[in-house]
Write a protein that binds this ligand. Structure first.
Ligand SMILES: [Zn+2]
Length: 252
């Protein structure tokens, strides 16, 4: 019936998996909601949207990260080449697997939800920021979660026929979403207070509104790559990107 494009055997810390890649198009019907949304990612929340709704950071991910650290510390105390070390290595690999599955689950569910309830989703094109190396664990976790979330937003955008726009991240937090003028602020300034029009708003909420505004003004571009290949798979254990593929594999 359906053509199988590719079969692949994948080895994970908890066993072997067989992947069947099927040549099919996934399109789902969805009634328009006449709603549009802008999304601002942050460290305090996973994201804040232009309606001031906030999605909290997934707490279970933080917890898993803690136990990951603990496990690797314990492993480093075992003797090299010992059975005990091998045991810990497998434990650690399984934990890594669990974390990556949890992260993916969160990304899929959150993305599906935001795409289904809007006709347009705008977010920042954060490629530039991702390239900046950072030593803060919390920050890198949220970056990884965000990158994955964005991939799924774009995936579901194609599935449900919802417009997704990545806008350049410049000035989204500095501009006033009410009058459009620049209001300089540092990273620690959590509230946007406009010196020009007196508009007061939470920093992230203000940014999300600017992102939506930018998204709406670039909508002329839709349709250009609407027929692009969907390369994500919903099933278990499909590596999402080349970089993720290497990292997830337990070291031999
Ligand atoms: Zn203003």
């Amino acid at each position: 019936m359906k053509q199988i494009k590719r079969v692949r055997v994948v080895r994970r810390a908890d066993g072997y998996y067989v992947q069947f890649c099927i040549d099919t198009e996934r399109r789902e019907k969805r009634e328009p909601t006449f709603k549009t949304v802008g999304i601002d990612v942050g460290l305090n929340h996973f994201y804040t949207d232009s309606d001031r709704k906030t999605i909290p950071n997934p707490r279970h991910l933080r917890k898993s990260e803690k136990s990951l650290k603990r496990l690797s510390r314990r492993m480093s105390k075992t003797k090299k080449g010992s059975k005990n070390r091998a045991k810990f290595r497998n434990k650690l690999a399984r934990k890594h697997l669990k974390v990556s599955r949890q992260r993916k689950d969160f990304a899929v569910k959150t993305a599906r939800c935001v795409v289904k309830s809007n006709d347009l989703v705008a977010y920042e094109d954060l490629k530039v920021r991702n390239m900046v190396q950072n030593r803060h664990l919390a920050k890198s976790i949220s970056d990884a979660a965000w990158t994955q979330f964005r991939q799924w937003v774009e995936y579901f955008g194609k599935v449900f026929g919802v417009v997704t726009v990545a806008v350049p991240p410049h000035y989204t937090s500095q501009n006033c979403s009410n009058c459009g003028r620049v209001v300089k602020k540092t990273l620690t300034t959590r509230t946007h207070t406009c010196l020009h029009c007196g508009h007061v708003q939470g920093r992230d909420h203000n940014a999300a509104r600017n992102i939506l505004e930018k998204g709406l003004s670039t909508v002329g571009h839709i349709g250009t790559n609407a027929s692009g290949d969907i390369d994500l798979c919903l099933g278990e254990e499909t590596p999402l990107s080349k970089s993720g593929r290497g990292k997830r594999k337990p070291k031999k």
